[in-house]
Design a protein around this ligand. Structure first.
Ligand code: AMP
Ligand code: MG
Length: 318
């Protein structure tokens, strides 16, 4: 069962767990977050595992201030103005990711953009002490509503995580508002804790609403990272000219002729496989192989999200 500590006594324990690549449920002003070190792939994989999320959607990275944000993403003048007005607070801004940003690709689901937010209170102090951003979706299992108290987190995730930091009821009680600047357009990607009108007043322009389904909506799927190279799933043999995305200790037939082989996890560890998924797909995409053959991966635990992502990457593109 999860240990539950009040914010005044939780800092050192939370830091030690995050340093060790574990996940911790923390209070933010919006809802409780399930936080992990955004630079550590296995920590981020644990977030998906604990939530039982069937797919890898991009997570919000939480920063302690503008300096940390500027090490991760490029802030255009309008985004800068919004950050100035609403940080710390319930506004998330989607921004172009810097190529050398210390963010694990599982956080962004391989996208070249990243959702950033600076929270208030304990969460901000924790991130500042850690010196690294925290990836943190809401602290609830997939399909359940967001938790606004430590007791709600405990009832749902208590058996799966080591620590819940109790900061009482969250102030805002709904998720952050998500916006994105696209050229001259300011887009509302998700309504949330800061009203659209308030953002419009500060920005001096109206928000373009795109509906709440976000990148998970079928129409947005093209914006997800998809390799240029075709993928062939459930491959038990390697064809000439193919690269191989391997899993586990048993190789597909003819693997010695593969143009290149990368193994998601030689020991068959799902957490390691999840952490390697995007980087390995990208690396094999660059080999110039005709096709990337992908060995069968069991659908247990994180395997469901891994296979979901592979199926999307393998789907025919228009
Ligand atoms: P959660 O962390 O569970 O509150 O969800 C984060 C939300 O932010 C999801 O709706 C994501 O689809 C969205 N999101 C995160 N990163 C991006 C991004 N790079 N581009 C667009 N939407 C994003
Ligand atoms: Mg959520």
């Amino acid at each position: 069962m999860a240990e539950i500590l009040k914010t005044v006594e939780a800092m050192d324990r939370a830091l030690a767990l995050l340093e060790a690549g574990q996940v911790v449920a923390i209070p933010t002003e919006t809802v409780y977050g399930l936080a992990g070190d955004a630079t550590n792939g296995e920590a981020v994989a644990r977030i998906f595992e604990a939530k039982g999320r069937p797919r890898f959607n991009p997570l919000i990275a939480h920063v302690s201030g503008k300096v940390m944000a500027s090490e991760i993403a490029v802030l255009d003048p309008l985004s800068e103005k919004l950050a100035q007005a609403f940080w710390p607070g319930p506004l998330t801004i989607v921004l172009p990711l810097l190529p050398d940003a210390p963010i694990h690709p599982l956080v962004t689901a391989g996208l070249s953009t990243i959702a950033l937010r600076m929270p208030q209170g304990f969460a901000a102090q924790l991130i500042a002490r850690l010196g690294r951003p925290l990836a943190a979706p809401s602290a609830n299992s997939s399909g359940k509503i967001s938790a606004t108290s430590a007791a709600a987190v405990e009832a749902d995730l208590g058996a799966r995580i080591p620590l819940i930091v109790d900061g009482g009821r969250t102030e805002v009680g709904v998720e952050s508002t998500i916006v994105k600047v696209e050229g001259e357009t300011l887009r509302l990607l998700r309504p949330g804790g800061i009203a659209a009108e308030v953002i419009e007043a500060v920005s001096g322009q109206s928000l373009v609403r795109t509906g709440g389904a976000m990148v998970e909506a079928p129409g947005m799927l093209a914006s997800h990272y998809a390799p240029g190279t075709a993928l062939r799933l459930e491959a038990t043999a390697v064809m000439p000219g193919e690269a191989l995305l391997a899993f586990g200790s048993i190789r597909a037939l003819g693997s010695d002729q593969a143009l290149s082989i990368l193994n998601l996890s030689p020991s068959g560890n799902m957490r390691e496989a999840a952490a390697n998924l995007f980087a390995h797909m990208q690396a094999l995409d660059r080999t110039g192989a005709a096709t990337i053959a992908v060995e069968p991966i069991p659908s247990t635990g994180l395997g469901e999200a891994i296979n979901d992502r592979l199926r999307r990457a393998a789907a025919p593109r228009s």
